[in-house]
Write a protein that binds this ligand. Structure first.
Ligand SMILES: NC(=O)c1ccc[n+]([C@@H]2O[C@H](COP(=O)([O-])OP(=O)(O)OC[C@H]3O[C@@H](n4cnc5c(N)ncnc54)[C@H](OP(=O)(O)O)[C@@H]3O)[C@@H](O)[C@H]2O)c1
Length: 373
């Protein structure tokens, strides 16, 4: 009850300062949109990658936009890439196309397709089971798949969670935790979460992650920004909790404002305005640079380690110009982050000791409603 009162007070306070955060958040996004090319003019496009032979990467949502470019460039640099997608047919067609266009001098790309639907926690768990059963290493998990259903009324997954929260935070969090055994086998390894500047105006109530209690008015932007902030908070704690010996670096990246299909649900009336301003947007290849940098640059693990050593810091955050930056002030709220961490475990049906158990090589049980694996 005391906790509930406290949260009500926080929400009330947040409502008062909310407008300022909201305006600041939008100023951030608009200035990012206008100046992102200038900020990233030191970067080549495509970003040069080292040889990635013998390294395995999973890229979720690699049939479109930023994920498509990420998977393709990793594979063209010699990596073994797993396209983790819900539309497997589209992924196979892309691979065929890339094989014929690939500059790798007739060598086949080492790329395969595995099915995952982030709107189903069961599908996520099945994916992780199948991958872990190979008993092979995983060098980087790129949690790229995401949705931003602007203007769409509130919707829920069959697991009962608001869809942005499920696709952008809960499902990737479950995937990251369940794949820990493979990431440990691949150590040093990385978890890269494709996040967004929208986290800067997000607000997460750990007791109401799906925004159903009526304390806050739901809009699709509230759903999107909260899911991205929850991901930053969760990632910060995950990095802190993972023992150093595991050799896993956890980070979030911002791709910039990128011309992709992410706002495919945009109301018709807004589409001409979107087409006009998209002139300022980065191409998907430019938008993939921060993910590729985070996944391959040799200095990134050191950066993550230095943040882990600093008690006050939050999750490592790399911006679209491939430079470290600070996530939202709210993400530094350690008490809320802790509660988001615990609530996330509850909502994905994992015990909160799951990370500890997996790190020690023990099994964990995952429950979705009455079902146990
Ligand atoms: N574009 C931007 O300006 C921007 C800015 C900030 C952050 N981001 C983030 O960047 C990431 C990539 O987005 P994008 O811009 O490249 O958008 P996109 O072109 O729409 O690509 C999103 C990918 O996610 C997949 N996906 C969506 N729902 C899924 C589900 N339930 N299960 C499995 N896969 C699912 C999509 O698959 P289907 O094709 O099958 O739907 C698609 O492959 C997202 O996390 C997004 O939030 C984008």
């Amino acid at each position: 009850m005391k906790e509930e009162e406290k949260m009500k007070q926080t929400i009330k306070m947040k409502k008062n300062i909310g407008y300022i955060d909201w305006i600041k958040g939008w100023i951030n996004i608009i200035s990012e949109m206008l100046f992102q090319r200038i900020a990233s003019k030191h970067l080549h496009n495509p970003i040069p990658l080292p040889s990635l032979h013998n390294l395995t990467f999973i890229v979720t949502g690699s049939t479109s936009g930023i994920g498509l470019q990420t998977a393709r460039q990793l594979a063209e640099s010699g990596a073994h890439v797993i396209m983790a997608v819900r539309n497997t047919k589209a992924a196979h067609e892309l691979i065929q196309k890339w094989q014929t266009e690939s500059p790798s001098k007739g060598l086949p790309l080492n790329i395969e397709v595995m099915e995952i639907d982030l709107l189903s926690l069961e599908s996520v768990a099945r994916f992780a089971d199948l991958y872990n059963a190979r008993s092979g290493p995983l060098h980087a998990l790129i949690n790229n798949a995401g949705i931003c259903s602007i203007g769409v009324p509130q919707k829920f997954s069959k697991d009962g969670h608001e869809v942005h929260m499920q696709v952008n935070h809960l499902a990737p969090a479950l995937l990251s935790v369940l794949l820990l055994p493979s990431l440990i086998r691949g150590s040093p390894s990385r978890i890269i979460n494709v996040n967004s500047l929208a986290q800067s105006f997000g607000f997460v109530d750990p007791e109401d992650m799906s925004v159903v209690k009526g304390n806050r008015k739901y809009t699709s932007l509230v759903g999107y920004s909260s899911s991205k902030l929850a991901q930053v908070m969760f990632s910060g704690i995950l990095q802190r909790i993972l023992p150093e010996e595991c050799g896993i670096s956890v980070m979030c990246v911002s791709p910039g404002v990128v011309r992709t299909n992410v706002v495919r649900d945009l109301p018709k009336i807004l589409q001409p305005a979107y087409a006009l301003i998209s002139y300022f947007f980065l191409s998907p290849q430019e938008g993939s640079r921060s993910s590729l940098f985070a996944a391959t640059d040799p200095q990134v693990p050191e950066y993550c380690k230095s943040l882990k050593a600093d008690e006050c810091s939050t999750c490592a955050f790399i911006s679209q110009d491939c430079r470290p930056s600070n996530p939202a002030k709210e993400a530094q709220n350690t008490e809320t982050s802790r509660r988001v961490w615990e609530k996330t475990f509850e909502l994905v049906g994992l015990p909160v000791v799951a990370v500890d158990n997996l790190v020690r090589g023990k099994e964990v049980k995952c429950s979705f409603g009455d079902q146990y694996r």
